[in-house]
Design a protein around this ligand. Structure first.
Ligand SMILES: NC(=O)c1ccc[n+]([C@@H]2O[C@H](COP(=O)([O-])OP(=O)(O)OC[C@H]3O[C@@H](n4cnc5c(N)ncnc54)[C@H](OP(=O)(O)O)[C@@H]3O)[C@@H](O)[C@H]2O)c1
Length: 316
């Protein structure tokens, strides 16, 4: 099989490296994915706006532009990370959310089918929005909000490609300044001098780290284990649990108080509906023998690896 040969070449570091075309590579997952895979493969990394020299501007809604890229680059694999991730924004700009999260996946599906190459679509654990405590890969998604629905439709389209890999990360963490999510927001408050953090304790999810997601994708590709996978760290958490652990990793537990609040406290800022549990289990990965590490371990490593970034030195 062509892919197996490509992966073998990628791992051997010899000439004729695998060629990966990536959409939406300029965000927290993309930067981490580029750093890792560019050591082993030829990457054409694109994003809506090219903010780095290694990125090309390409909108996932622009089928003709993407066609131009693939004719020129001739990828062996297509990866689509592009998304409108702001849940409140998606509720307001529904058409944009549909066009990017679902239409973008339709474009990628069409290209992957025409080129007969594998398609990796990054979905999300938010596709599960019911009252279940946790969710296996096989549970039927019940997306409620616009973001969740448009991501789920993107999943369904991706599954039209015979060699599809649909990955569902949970609450993502990683990539320092490229993180726009929870840990970054907590860090922003700490850097601004906050000594009390009010953090939601009535919703839970599965933390996942971009570094682990990248390694998990490679692991599945090497195994040619295509399909749909939940991909998160071991263990679940509330946002409160994550903030407490983050503050502890920073060594600031004696200086910063983390207070439990319920979600109504932040409902003005975070108005989109969120399920009581976005926690997922990695049932299929477990069955394949893939070992996910506990989220606390991943968080500690992240803070340590980004110690310069997570330093209050300049504020002293
Ligand atoms: N963040 C999470 O907690 C989380 C959890 C589960 C799954 N995911 C999924 O993981 C994937 C990566 O997200 P992320 O966490 O890395 O978020 P992110 O930092 O916001 O990255 C998303 C990337 O997509 C790009 N993008 C947005 N609209 C685009 C368009 N029309 N055409 C091309 N690129 C576009 C963004 O570019 P600009 O910066 O220029 O807008 C950005 O580089 C997404 O599919 C997301 O749904 C995220």
């Amino acid at each position: 099989m062509i892919l197996k040969v490509c992966i073998r070449l990628m791992n051997s570091g010899s000439e004729g490296k695998m060629r990966i075309y990536v959409l939406g590579c300029g965000g927290m997952l993309g930067v981490s994915l580029y750093k890792y895979f560019s050591q082993k493969a030829d990457i054409l990394a694109t994003s809506r706006i090219a903010k780095e020299t290694w990125l090309r501007s390409r909108d996932v809604r622009d089928y003709q532009g993407m066609l131009h890229d693939v004719m020129e680059f001739k990828p062996d694999i297509l990866m689509n990370l592009a998304a409108y991730v702001d849940r409140e924004g998606c509720e307001k700009y529904v058409q944009e959310a549909i066009d990017i999260n679902t239409g973008g996946s339709a474009n990628c599906t069409m290209l992957a089918l025409n080129l007969k190459i594998p398609y990796v679509y990054i979905s999300s654990a938010v596709v599960f929005d019911d009252n279940k405590d946790t969710h296996t890969d096989e549970d039927v998604p019940t997306p409620r909000g616009v973001y969740a629905r448009t991501k789920y439709w993107g999943e369904l389209l991706a599954q039209a490609v015979p060699e599809h890999l649909v990955i569902r990360p949970g609450w993502q963490v990683g990539s320092g300044s490229n993180d726009r999510m929870f840990i970054q927001k907590i860090w922003g408050q700490i850097k601004s001098g906050a000594t009390v953090l009010n953090v939601v304790a009535d919703k839970k999810g599965s933390p996942s780290f971009v570094k682990d997601t990248v390694l998990g994708i490679e692991w599945l590709l090497n195994k040619e284990a295509f399909g749909v996978y939940n991909m998160v760290c071991k263990g679940e958490a509330t946002r409160y649990d994550m903030a407490v652990e983050f503050v502890r990793c920073l060594g600031l537990q004696d200086k910063i108080e983390v207070r439990k609040v319920d979600s109504t406290f932040w409902s003005h800022e975070y108005s989109a509906a969120r399920a009581p549990s976005e926690s997922v289990l990695t049932t299929k990965l477990d069955a394949l023998g893939y070992v996910s590490r506990p989220w606390q371990e991943a968080l500690a490593e992240y803070v340590s690896e980004y110690s310069d970034y997570f330093s209050l030195q300049e504020n002293k």
